[in-house]
Design a protein around this ligand. Structure first.
Ligand SMILES: Nc1nc2c(ncn2[C@@H]2O[C@H](COP(=O)(O)OP(=O)(O)OP(=O)(O)O)[C@@H](O)[C@H]2O)c(=O)[nH]1
Ligand SMILES: [Mg+2]
Length: 588
């Protein structure tokens, strides 16, 4: 029978799938149940999971996920005839340590890089600068691989992405990832080849890499990718870089409406003692002002203070302007949109609507193919590592949990049993205690009472301020759970020349050392015809010229007493291979 191809949405409900396949829902639910998934008719499953179930049911159907378009900027606001020009939003992206923050420091005359924990950027920050009387909004993004979610978010927010590549290091994994995010977000690209001041800089090599591997050719080679070599240290070509950014921005004719209720995106949010939630946002149209009511997800604010990127109070934040807002009741999620509401009542209603939506989504929880495969293939050898994760901000939390999931392997399964933004709580400790979990904290505090409780119930709480230190620690924990590796090394070989006496559990024989050395109290294998292992034995005594010997070396002859597990019949010409056996901690 020919295989039938059926198109289904990327996430399909059990009910829809049953209908598409023309089988009873109960049959589908039953099959899912057999595979460890308790599903309702409204549960969404991904194509991969659906295909596994279809195959299990023995149906000759090939499911195909319906094409979805590229990631779109969520703001689908129709511009009016009154729309005005707005500054371009530019994200600086690239591999870790390639010089993004230093480049921004040089452009903005700030010293952000010097103050960073671990010398790396761990969240998105927004700035503004002027060039030829025009504003440019700049976003710094982290390059460390753990922060993919933040980078993707950064790309979605932007019109232009500056791909920063260190001239002495070339194209690296996160450079490639940044290019992909920029392309899928339909952002324009300008390549800044930085650290050009270094002796080891090789600008042409970077250009050649981009040209040959990513089909990005510089103009001087007949291509249309804008590239410029810069140095944050000497200031070389910084103006030119900004000019290129404005050039590509002009092609786009970036405009926004001002005379509409303000709307935009939450870039990042965290808690500050005395200030409460501090939320950094980017307005995409309208004007945000102090005193207005702003709703984001399931929380809202009466804007108490409105501050620009440099910490100065401002009266309004217009389109493409980053601003920091205080006055929120709770921390909104990074990447969520915000809108200004007419008054507090409307704000509350909107929050309630979002809350109901969220509950609805939670009920229709998603199962992915990876989850299902794991459940199906789960062997007895798989060990769970249970963790509770806390982070200061939503963006970091996503980054940490994504990274933890990526560290899983066939033997160790990372179970994230709970996550949250903010300091570690007694509830986290209780959860960790009952699930035998470790608590990981990223940039959060462990209040003294919670610390005492954790010590009392013996829950391990591990707090880090730098992502790679946290991930290294997780790796160590994982390694400690891996079964140790048995490492054997051969110390000497001997050819058996005579067998004197054989009992149930011993052999007395003689031979010549072929390589290395023969010592008493050692493990050995008896090998026949070069390859066949006859038995594993223990060397009890070694004698040279009727004298007990501690070591006998290559070329010498000796007598041996071997201890055997059962009676074995050695023959002349058998080889004895002495070895040591060590247990070694395995590394990931
Ligand atoms: N010589 C030289 N060194 C530079 C230049 N730009 C950055 N560096 C150095 O490169 C290192 C990394 O710079 P960062 O600005 O922190 O790099 P980054 O890309 O922001 O790093 P992440 O945000 O962690 O991805 C620092 O030691 C900088 O001093 C440059 O133009 N010339
Ligand atoms: Mg940085």
């Amino acid at each position: 029978m020919a295989v039938k191809t059926v198109q289904v949405p990327d996430m399909v409900t059990v009910g829809e799938l049953a209908q598409t396949l023309d089988i009873p829902v109960t049959k589908l639910v039953g099959e899912l149940f057999k595979n460890g998934i308790v599903a309702t008719i409204n549960q969404q499953i991904d194509t991969e999971t659906a295909q596994i179930i279809v195959d299990e049911l023995g149906l000759d159907v090939q499911l195909e996920a319906e094409e979805v378009g590229p990631i779109v900027k969520e703001s689908q606001h129709e511009l009016s005839e009154f729309a005005v020009e707005r500054p371009p939003i530019v994200a600086v992206m690239g591999h870790v340590d390639h010089g993004k923050t230093t480049l921004l420091d040089a452009i903005l005359d700030t010293k952000v890089q010097e103050g960073e924990a671990g010398g790396i950027t761990q969240h998105i920050s927004a700035y503004q600068t002027m060039r030829n009387g025009r504003s440019i909004t700049l976003l710094d993004t982290p390059g460390h691989e753990a922060f993919a979610a933040l980078r993707q978010h950064g790309a979605i927010l932007t019109d232009v992405v500056i791909i920063v590549i260190a001239a002495d290091d070339g194209v690296k994994p996160q450079t490639v990832e940044a290019i992909k995010f920029a392309q899928s977000a339909n952002a324009k690209i300008v390549v800044a080849i930085t650290k050009s001041d270094k002796d080891t800089a090789n600008i042409d090599r970077v250009k050649a890499q981009l040209a040959s591997e990513y089909n990005m050719n510089p103009e001087e080679w007949g291509g249309d990718t804008l590239m410029v070599d810069v140095s944050a240290k000497t200031g070389h070509n910084l103006d030119k870089l900004l000019d290129l950014v404005l050039l590509v921005a002009d092609i786009e004719e970036l405009k926004a409406d001002v005379d509409v209720p303000a709307e935009g995106l939450v870039i990042e949010s965290h808690m500050e003692t005395g200030r409460g939630p501090v939320v950094s946002m980017l307005v995409d149209h309208g004007e945000l002002k102090p005193g207005q009511f702003v709703v984001s997800g399931t929380t809202y604010a009466k804007v108490r203070t409105l501050i620009d990127y440099a910490g100065r109070p401002i009266k309004l934040a217009g389109p493409a302007t980053p601003a920091t807002v205080t006055g929120f009741k709770e921390i909104p999620s990074f990447g969520d949109r915000f809108v200004v509401a007419k008054n507090e009542k409307t704000a509350r209603n909107l929050v309630e609507k979002h809350r109901l939506n969220q509950q609805h989504e939670a009920v229709h929880s998603r199962v992915t193919g990876a989850d299902l495969l794991r459940m199906m293939n789960k062997s007895d050898e798989t060990q769970d590592i249970n963790v509770v994760v806390r982070a200061d901000v939503q963006g970091s939390l996503t980054s940490v949990t994504d990274s933890l999931k990526l560290m899983e392997n066939e033997e160790l399964n990372m179970r994230i049993i709970s996550t949250g933004v903010g300091n570690i709580t007694e509830n986290d400790v209780r959860l960790a205690q009952s699930a035998d979990a470790i608590i990981y904290g990223f940039n959060v505090k462990l209040p003294p009472t919670v610390k005492r409780m954790a010590m009392r119930v013996k829950v391990s709480v591990r707090i880090f301020n730098v992502i790679y230190e946290l991930l290294d620690d997780v790796k160590e924990v994982m390694e400690s759970k891996l079964a140790p590796e048995v490492v054997e090394s051969v110390v000497g070989t001997l050819r058996i020349m005579a067998i004197f006496r054989t009992t149930r559990d011993s052999v007395i024989c003689g031979g010549e050392v072929l390589s290395g050395k023969i010592t008493p109290s050692a493990l050995a294998r008896v090998v026949r015809d070069k390859t066949e292992v006859i038995a594993e034995v223990e060397v009890k005594h070694v004698q040279r010229q009727q004298q007990e010997a501690k070591e006998v070396f290559e070329g010498e002859q000796c007598g041996l007493e071997l201890k055997t597990k059962s009676k074995i019949q050695l023959v002349e010409g058998d080889r004895l291979e002495l070895f040591t056996r060590e247990l070694k901690t395995r590394h990931l």
